[in-house]
Design a protein around this ligand. Structure first.
Ligand code: ZN
Ligand code: ZN
Length: 352
């Protein structure tokens, strides 16, 4: 695991930690075969039907998306503005719960959280209606370790559709399964809040993703069951799923690469907008342990974590030093960084 570099809490950071982290990342970016090895992995990738289709998922996701298209044309968003506002609220909460919870906290350990905040994150994450925390974290750790190779669950070298949703419609590549089994998940299982969430996930997911969000509009402002159901379980759910999936697809295909031009992940502002701060993905793949998942502050998820840091429920927020970011950017970036405008550094050779 990448060493942790803390610039927000100098008591925890020692000079040695910083030097270790800097030397390991510099070693990584200086490795001559780094780019060649990645190309070899790309070449391993083959066609679409390497593994068997998962028919239930194909039918379920297909039906969900068809219903979504129908709902977008027939649902009157202005009939009850409370219902529409609630749709945006649950979308935002599910998004922040996913990005601050299983992503930045449980996968990357980019900060620490007291049990109260972990409970909140567990509930918000359940409201997004995805896989349980164990599966999410395992798949995401494999994604970071074997990015865009056959061992990556949503290898973007297999195209937009596969990396967006297609990977959920076919059985996993044997490499993905093998690497997933090797992944150390002991930290997640040792967290009683995460372990509880994983154990009771089906019921938690049903309650917080699909039942309570529908019941509230019906009982609080007399919305009809049908409109509450469609607004929450079809429209909100499909948009949220696609926003989160777009980090694996669009933010691995379109956008700039200011921090590392030699990897697929990009800085994609549209993805960033729809995910509350997860679209600055080129940076995130270079510094996955930064709690901001971006070089700068200013995204909703980072603001959420900052708020809880203020009241003491989030702590040990990790960030790289500015110097480290600069060094990496100058060595590996594609030139799309304000740094390049300020200081004329030699232009690096572009990837072919
Ligand atoms: Zn990624
Ligand atoms: Zn990540």
């Amino acid at each position: 695991m990448t060493p942790n570099i803390l610039s927000t809490d100098s008591k925890i950071l020692t000079e040695k930690d910083l030097q270790n982290a800097e030397s390991s990342i510099t070693k990584m970016i200086d490795t001559e075969n780094y780019t060649q090895n990645r190309s070899k992995n790309y070449a391993k990738t083959e066609g679409w039907f390497k593994t068997e289709p998962k028919w239930f998922n194909i039918l379920y996701l297909g039906f969900l998306h068809l219903y979504f298209v129908y709902a977008c044309f027939t649902f009157d968003f202005f009939e009850n503005l409370m219902t529409t506002a609630w749709l945006f609220i649950t979308y935002g909460l599910g998004g922040v719960g996913t990005t601050a919870g299983p992503h930045r906290l449980w996968t990357h350990q980019a900060y620490k959280a007291k049990w109260q905040l972990r409970v909140i994150l567990g509930v918000l994450y359940a409201s997004a209606g995805m896989n349980n925390i164990y599966e999410w974290v395992r798949d995401h750790r494999v994604h970071h370790k074997y990015t865009d190779t056959d061992a990556d669950p949503h290898n973007s070298n297999r195209g937009f559709f596969f990396s967006h949703v297609g990977w959920l419609m076919v059985k996993k590549n044997p490499d993905v399964i093998r690497r997933g089994r090797q992944m150390d998940m002991s930290d997640v299982l040792a967290d009683p809040v995460a372990a509880f969430n994983i154990k009771y996930f089906p019921i938690l997911k049903f309650m917080f993703a699909f039942l309570l969000p529908v019941m509230l509009p019906v009982y609080a402002w007399k919305e009809t069951w049908y409109r509450a159901f469609v607004s929450q379980n079809i429209i909100r759910y499909v948009i949220l799923l696609n926003a989160i999936w777009s980090v694996n697809s669009a933010a691995h295909i379109w956008g700039s690469k200011p921090y590392d031009a030699y990897i697929n992940p990009t800085e994609n502002r549209w993805v960033n907008l729809f995910t509350g701060g997860e679209g600055l993905h080129n940076y995130h793949h270079v510094f996955p342990w930064d709690y901001k998942a971006a070089e700068l502050h200013g995204t909703p998820t980072t603001a959420f974590i900052n708020f809880f840091a203020k009241i003491g429920w989030a702590y040990d927020l990790k960030e790289p030093s500015k110097e480290l970011v600069k060094t990496v950017t100058r060595k590996r970036g594609d030139g799309n960084h304000s740094l390049w405008e300020a200081v004329p550094y030699p232009v690096i050779s572009k990837i072919e």
